[in-house]
Ligand binder design. Structure first.
Ligand code: TRP
Length: 330
């Protein structure tokens, strides 16, 4: 039996960090053996909010690609591509725009929320309103069954499903209704204790050097009530301990928690264990990143192959869609 299809993408608006690694990429890697996976870099989506200054876009696309591969997305198993290399997505986006009521797009919660959050940008554009529609085109182009995403993307998937139902009802049942594969993972705190995010300037980037990672972790916030080395602390109030829960063994977690509560160890001792464990995860990644960055031809080839493969499926889908919508007279 053919494997079911999974598709997911990441917007290329900045560098990837540890939160993206444990929250998404590692999960994508696991899915590769069970599903026919399509993973892509959404550079058009990056322009919906970043259109005034595209100067960092190329670099971000490269960072994402290199990190996808370094994290273990395997071009022999998965189809890896870049959105803007697939003009079919733009065509499908256009055709979907014919059947999508404006109100559906205006009601997606992220529409108003992002406008509030990014008040300094003019997001009263057609492209930004169409963000979830473009995302819909990305997904249904490959007639994907599952879309691994975080909880924040669920409203986007809801509108995708609505549009699919409408399309299938108006014309012909071409598209399966995709389902979210919710990725459950612990919240990854940044070095200031808030959620790790590029907009908070608190992230540990996959492209950081070992020295930078060490420095960031050494100065990371701990239990604010533990001022002196001799004060006992509460590990549950320390973001460092939250990272231990993700990266350290149960035994180490027990040891640092006990040491913290009894003031048996200092914060630096606790962080040393964490640094060791984060390095265990990052070292192979750093090695692979370096290798890949030394081989631009190899990256080019991977993208060429992925674009070809994605193009085949996209071509089939667009054939069906054009037929269905009366666009194949000649
Ligand atoms: N919106 C996603 C993000 O913020 C990126 C994305 C674009 C996506 N198209 C998609 C995710 C299709 C899943 C499926 O990163």
């Amino acid at each position: 039996m053919a494997k079911q299809r999974v598709l997911s993408g990441m917007q290329s608006s900045g560098k990837l960090h540890l939160g993206n690694l444990v929250g998404a990429l590692q999960n994508w890697v696991h899915l590769q053996d069970r599903y026919d996976c399509y993973y892509f870099i959404a550079d058009w989506h990056a322009l919906t909010t970043g259109y005034t200054d595209p100067s960092a876009l190329q670099e971000s696309v490269r960072d994402l690609l290199v990190n996808f591969l370094a994290a273990g997305i395997d071009p022999d198993k998965s189809t890896i591509f870049i959105q803007s290399k697939m003009p079919e997505h733009a065509e499908l986006h256009l055709l979907l725009s014919m059947v999508t009521p404006l109100g559906w797009l205006e009601r997606v919660p992220s529409y108003k929320e992002k406008q509030q959050e990014l008040k300094d940008r003019d997001l009263s554009t057609y492209g930004f309103l169409g963000y979830p529609l473009l995302q819909t085109a990305d997904i249904i182009m490959y007639r994907a069954h599952y879309v691994p995403v975080g909880i924040d993307q669920v409203p986007h998937l809801e509108i995708t499903r609505e549009i699919v139902r409408r399309f299938n009802y108006l014309y012909k049942e071409i598209f399966p209704e995709p389902e979210a594969l919710l990725t459950e993972f612990p919240k990854v705190p940044g070095v200031d204790g808030r959620k790790m995010s590029k907009s908070y300037d608190n992230a540990i980037y996959l492209s950081d050097t070992p020295k930078e990672v060490e420095r960031k972790l050494k100065t990371m916030t701990t239990d604010p009530a533990r001022v002196k080395r001799t004060d006992p602390g509460d590990p549950e109030r320390s973001p460092v301990f939250q990272l231990h829960k993700i990266f350290s063994s149960k035994q180490e977690q027990g040891e640092v928690a006990e040491g913290c509560r009894t003031a048996g160890i200092g914060c630096i001792d606790c962080k040393k264990v964490l640094i060791k464990n984060i390095f265990i995860v990052m070292e192979p990644l750093w090695k692979k990143r370096e290798e890949l960055l030394r081989n631009p031809d190899q990256l080019q080839e991977i993208i060429r192959k992925g674009t070809d493969k994605a193009g085949k499926t996209a071509g089939e889908t667009m054939g069906l869609v054009r037929d269905t919508m009366g666009l194949s007279a000649y």
